[in-house]
Design a protein around this ligand. Structure first.
Ligand SMILES: [Zn+2]
Length: 653
């Protein structure tokens, strides 16, 4: 199927405001307003929808699909690509036609021959898994999020390519959708025995864990908004996220790498497969690398060149990335491999074939990140703030019209603010913004100044009817934060978020807006998917574990508490002194001259269970755990810890 410019956009009358939605239950998803439909018609006329090249590339080399496209675990569905079967034909008015096009491409599922000896399974998770055939077996590059989807992908591959053993694993970078399913393709015993090497960029394990642990609860709650996990799939619900359709929800785990890749130009051969590496730390992920396969003249760009404008800062929250370095790595990739490569592929989306097209694609992707970075810095030096640059910056026509540069995941708007943040921080320099009231306190004052909640809602309805949705979201957010039980404000704000979602080209913006509408109408959905599993916690170093505890200390509750605790890791011969004082938990391995209140002795492997409270050291003598000194000391320390809240409010106070 080739998506062409829509010729039959429905223009039949749709209610201009939710008041006119006669007969519809208040909480149901509404149709698109005429203002949103008109915006979509404009986009259809301005973008090159007649260009079907991506649809050809997304189907090129197709071998077979998984039928049905559903993966189970313990009787539970953990992946359902068939739920996106509605993505055919032209976009309905409730979906941005550009996002509809992207999601139609992402929903193409199955096993594909990229080039002889390299296969990909796409559409079985948020990411792709790539199989590189060696002399004896097959190397697995980026084994998805869940063991179940990774296992399903491997068995689909083997059904068509024979029962090849897995002879190596590569993780291109430290994000969960590139390693979480590893236990579905390789057994720990084979790795431990040295039969299957696991290659990853230097710093992989540290970053894979730290990015998901310290702020993990808040990120996971916000990821629920970003990926729309709680939303129904459909034209009025979740249609896709940008880099893929959504995240799978099966068993998430990790096997640490056995071989660190540390330098650009480093070469390794596994099972006869030659690989040349290019390091790209601090790009899309803190630990990331590109891999060139000379025998196939194929370059894997990990996640630094995909068919989206990626995130300089994701809306779930993360540390801001370096768009300048990112662009530099793409220039370097062209310089290193562009003279010889015949195709480029990534761990999201479909490959690009041919040297000229591949290099052109890499160069445009490079220009995209460089342009965003350089123009933002140019304008901030003219005194513009992030919010102002985001509205001012326009992409050059060649980028504006390149489908792979469209903002399905990152957006020009939020990436520009991220570049500003990287250089200038949260404060825009205007003293009015130095010490404003927090949301609830400001909201009460705004609503009082604006004549009370009912008056604001009446005026907001006029703005809604006029299509000024961004303004309605701003003022009604004040009403809901001042009076969360004001039903008319909640319903109109939900309708507003919904229309903003329908209008969004960015998959994660659509999910965020529709999730906000969902929670205003139906109440909080909490955190549908949590990425931190015991398997990952077990990989934390003792220092990371202690730091993870320190950020849970409830300062005011324990700022008079003083506890010293020695943790003696008997099998590795390291002793830590933990001190809780002034609401701070610090740790050191320096020799001590005073006795601690208590000493906990245990093997290193038992530390995560004790530190997370899953094991009680007093009753665990059999596991080699003992405690000496004041038996209450550990309890006093654990009592200082606060539990993170995976259900915190977002669209209400
Ligand atoms: Zn990814």
């Amino acid at each position: 199927m080739t998506q062409t410019r829509s010729t039959d956009v429905r223009t039949d009358a749709v209610p201009a405001s939710p008041r006119a939605a006669g007969g519809e239950p208040a909480a149901a998803a509404k149709p698109a307003t005429e203002a949103v439909a008109a915006q979509h018609r404009q986009l259809l006329a301005s973008l090159p929808f007649a260009d079907g090249e991506d649809f050809e590339d997304a189907r090129r080399g197709f071998v077979a699909a998984l039928e049905p496209g559903i993966v189970h675990a313990d009787g539970r569905v953990v992946w359902d690509n068939d739920a996106y079967a509605f993505l055919v034909g032209d976009a309905p008015e409730t979906v941005n036609p550009s996002l509809w096009r992207q999601s139609s491409l992402n929903a193409v599922q199955g096993l594909f021959e990229v080039t002889p000896g390299i296969y990909q399974v796409r559409g079985l998770d948020l990411s792709n898994v790539t199989f590189i055939e060696g002399d004896r077996g097959v190397l697995v590059l980026d084994p998805l999020i869940s063991a179940e989807t990774a296992a399903a992908a491997l068995s689909l591959y083997r059904r068509h390519r024979g029962e090849r053993p897995v002879t190596g694993v590569l993780y291109t970078h430290s994000h969960a959708d590139h390693f979480g399913g590893v236990r579905g393709v390789v057994a720990q015993a084979d790795v431990d025995a040295g039969r299957v090497p696991v290659l990853a960029p230097e710093g992989f394990a540290e970053h894979a864990i730290s990015e998901n642990v310290y702020a993990g609860t808040a990120m996971a709650r916000r990821a629920g908004y970003m990926y729309g996990a709680a939303l129904d799939r459909g034209p009025r619900g979740q249609v896709g996220a940008g880099p893929g359709q959504t995240t799978s929800t099966g068993s998430f785990g990790m096997i640490p790498p056995t071989l660190d890749v540390t330098t650009t130009g480093q070469e390794e051969t596994v099972d006869g497969v030659r690989m040349v590496f290019q390091m790209a730390p601090g790009s899309e992920a803190p630990a990331e690398m590109h891999v060139y396969f000379p025998q196939r003249r194929a370059l894997c760009t990990a996640e630094n060149a995909t068919h989206v404008l990626h995130n300089v800062l994701t809306i779930r929250g993360a540390q801001v990335r370096d768009a300048h370095a990112w662009a530099g790595y793409l220039t370097e990739a062209i310089d290193l491999f562009g003279g010889e490569l015949e195709l480029v592929f990534a761990s999201h989306h479909w490959p690009t074939w041919g040297r000229e097209r591949s290099v052109g694609y890499l160069a445009l992707q490079r220009d995209l990140y460089a342009y965003l970075h350089d123009q933002t810095v140019r304008m901030l030096n003219q005194g513009l703030t992030g919010a102002e640059i985001a509205e001012t910056l326009a992409l050059p026509p060649a980028l504006e019209n390149a489908w792979h540069a469209r903002g399905y995941y990152g957006s020009v708007s939020h990436n520009v603010k991220a570049v500003y943040q990287r250089y200038m921080g949260w404060y825009d320099g205007n003293p009015s913004h130095l010490w404003p009231h927090p949301p609830e306190a400001a909201a009460r004052r705004y609503v009082a100044f604006m004549g009370g909640a009912d008056a604001v809602v009446d005026r907001a309805r006029e703005s809604f009817d006029a299509g000024d949705l961004r303004w309605v979201a701003e003022v009604l957010n004040h009403v809901v934060f001042a009076q969360p039980d004001h039903d008319a404000a909640r319903q109109l704000l939900a309708d507003t978020y919904e229309q903003l979602g329908y209008g969004a080209e960015n998959g994660t913006w659509r999910c965020a807006y529709l999730s906000g509408a969902h929670e205003l109408r139906h109440g909080g959905f909490g955190t549908p998917v949590t990425p931190v599993s015991p398997d990952v916690l077990a990989q934390l170093t003792p220092e990371q574990l202690f730091d993870a505890l320190a950020v849970r200390v409830d300062g005011p509750r324990c700022w008079h508490e003083h506890v010293t605790l020695d943790v003696d890791l008997t099998d590795v011969g390291v002793r830590y002194r933990l001190t809780l004082r002034n609401g701070v938990l610090s740790h050191t391995t320096a020799p001590q001259t005073t006795d601690a209140d208590a000493v906990v002795s245990l093997p290193a492997a038992a530390l995560p269970a004790v530190a997370t409270g899953a094991a009680d050291p007093a009753g665990s003598a059999a596991a080699g755990i003992s405690i000496a000194g004041d038996p209450a000391a550990l309890g006093r320390l654990m009592a200082a810890l606060d539990d993170p809240d995976p259900d915190f409010a977002i669209v209400t106070p």
